[in-house]
Design a binder for this molecule. Structure first.
Ligand code: ADE
Length: 247
């Protein structure tokens, strides 16, 4: 996958993507991430990228020309989504990460200041994504979050084969707890079933922990998760437990 990011602060993108799993994925040529400075596409002497808004009001607006020219310099792939990071976009989640992971090429545009000229939105951008209902100083962190979530879905990007399939949210449920050595830490022990070597029991225990955690923390996720008869029976047990605690 090829990823191009347009920003006034390319080093913000560079620093994060040059470490850990995303760096390894780039070294393995699974993904190639390039951060471009919008300023490099401003043609005037002072390389101006922003101006005050028509009609007055506070703040500065990113000018359309450098953004159009920058993005047009890389979009060889006709169907590559051109994604603006903005608090007005659709709210990012694992499903959107999976959708974006299907493309060969993604283009991200990071807004700054009061935003971008509306013509960028209307005539260049094909998708708008928000990373949550709060306002940041710019789109760079948003772009990094989306790039991180998408990159780890590319087959081979995570070391352990299949690890992404069992993640919280990937299954429609939250993941249950994990333990590693030592067996007893400050008097707290690892559940016996995990040391039993009985794979079917371990799998069932993990599934039930996952269901229990989702029930406790994000019950609305259970409405859309794929559940077996056995899962539903276990959820009925949790519901009964809750009623009994209230009595
Ligand atoms: N830029 C500023 N705030 C943002 C948000 N919440 N999501 C994406 N981009 C942003």
């Amino acid at each position: 996958m090829k990823i191009d990011v347009f920003t006034l602060f390319p080093q913000m993108i560079q620093h994060y993507t040059d470490e850990s799993i995303i760096k390894r994925a780039q070294d393995a040529e699974l993904v190639s991430i390039k951060a471009h400075n919008i300023r490099d596409f401003a043609r005037d002497k002072h390389r101006v990228t922003d101006e005050p808004p028509y009609g007055g009001g506070g703040g500065m607006i990113l000018k359309p020309a450098p953004i159009f020219e920058g993005v047009e310099s890389v979009t060889a792939e006709a169907n590559a989504p051109i994604i603006l990071l903005t608090p007005q976009g659709r709210v990012f989640n694992q499903q959107i990460a999976q959708e974006l992971a299907q493309y060969n090429h993604l283009v991200f545009l990071c807004g700054r200041y009061e935003g971008v000229d509306e013509r960028v939105r209307q005539h260049l951008v094909t998708d708008e994504i928000s990373i949550g209902d709060y306002v940041l100083t710019g789109g760079e962190l948003g772009a990094l979050i989306v790039i991180d979530a998408v990159t780890r879905l590319i087959p081979g990007a995570l070391g352990a084969e299949g690890a992404a399939e069992t993640d919280s949210h990937a299954t429609g449920l939250l993941e249950g707890p994990h333990y590693t050595r030592p067996e007893t830490f400050r008097g707290h022990t690892v559940p016996d079933v995990l040391k039993s070597g009985h794979n079917a029991n371990i799998e069932r225990w993990r599934r039930e922990q996952s269901l229990r955690r989702t029930w406790q923390r994000r019950p609305e996720m259970l409405l859309t998760a794929e559940l077996s008869e056995e899962d539903r029976r276990f959820l009925a047990v949790l519901a009964r437990e809750q009623v009994e605690r209230r009595e």
